[in-house]
Design a protein around this ligand. Structure first.
Ligand SMILES: NC(=O)c1ccc[n+]([C@@H]2O[C@H](COP(=O)([O-])OP(=O)(O)OC[C@H]3O[C@@H](n4cnc5c(N)ncnc54)[C@H](OP(=O)(O)O)[C@@H]3O)[C@@H](O)[C@H]2O)c1
Length: 257
């Protein structure tokens, strides 16, 4: 039996990882801020799949929250075999409209927490000669898109660099880059979604299935849908100015849904 720790497990992509990994027989450590929601989820996954699901309530924008999860990842007697750094959010507004405190919270959750949790997990995995880390980034990593895109670009670069450094150690690392996924993400950020074409939406369960296949294949970067693979191929060729104009509008309509 292996154990997976998932951050941001209460909703969206993190909850889809929890469902899929529980169905595959993994024990789970579920991390997020909403303890009640986590406990209900842990009970449901235990009852449905017979796995053990621990709840670890932690706010990853705080020192205490990050330290608590680092400590769990470093426990030698209850090793974590797969870490999914998924917790994340969008801020409402463009550059200079977002309060600096919110920008810094994003840097803490998307960058500092990912760096520290990945390092705690992989140090222990390397010692055991096996393990995996999935860091959830975004296709926004490849386009100019404020602090959000910049933080996700860091996730991609960090993960691919660390994957190289750990090659041969038995530890796999992969950056997962979803396009638009139907979750609580946009509503939480107060983003309208009516200017996002229907074909651009992905299903969280299918996304997770494709991501786990890519991880098993040893990929360090996963863009798990042919539509987005093609789009990201075009993005590489598009002039930066045109790209900035398009990407700063799509999915960035702030206001009522
Ligand atoms: N949805 C998309 O279109 C999309 C596209 C590309 C990438 N992504 C990325 O996918 C990841 C998951 O997003 P989602 O779409 O599944 O969003 P979601 O439905 O809003 O879920 C976000 C999860 O993160 C947790 N979280 C947020 N802030 C946290 C904090 N400070 N500490 C601990 N947990 C925190 C939330 O739980 P609590 O509120 O209980 O803490 C929740 O479980 C994010 O990294 C996001 O950037 C999403």
């Amino acid at each position: 039996m292996t154990t997976a720790l998932i951050t941001g497990a209460t909703a969206g992509i993190g909850a889809a990882f929890a469902r899929r990994l529980a169905a595959d027989g993994h024990d789970l450590v579920l991390v997020a801020r909403d303890g009640e929601r986590l406990s209900a989820q842990a009970t449901e996954l235990h009852d449905r799949h017979g796995i053990e699901a621990e709840v670890l309530t932690a706010d990853l924008s705080t020192e205490d929250g990050i330290t608590a999860v680092e400590a769990r990842l470093s426990q030698p007697r209850r090793p974590v075999d797969l870490l999914v750094n998924n917790a994340g959010f969008a801020n409402k507004g463009r550059y200079l409209e977002v309060p600096m405190a919110d920008e810094l919270t994003m840097v803490k959750v998307h960058i500092e927490a990912v760096l520290r949790l990945t390092s705690a997990a992989t140090a222990s995995m390397r010692g055991r000669g096996r393990g995996g880390v999935v860091n959830v980034a975004s296709v926004a990593a490849f386009v100019p898109r404020g602090t959000y895109g910049a933080s996700k670009a860091w996730v991609v670069q960090f993960t691919q660099g660390a994957a190289r450094d750990l090659a041969g150690s038995g530890v796999r690392m992969m950056a997962l880059c979803p396009g638009f996924v139907r979750t609580e993400f946009h509503e939480r950020a107060g983003m309208g979604t009516d200017n996002i074409p229907g074909w651009m939406w992905l299903d969280a369960d299918k996304l997770v299935a494709a991501a786990l296949t890519d991880l098993a294949r040893g990929k360090s970067l996963s863009i798990p849908d042919p539509r987005y693979k093609a789009l990201m191929g075009a993005v590489k060729l598009a002039p930066r100015g045109l790209l900035g104009g398009l990407t700063s509008k799509t999915g960035r309509k702030y206001g009522p849904q």
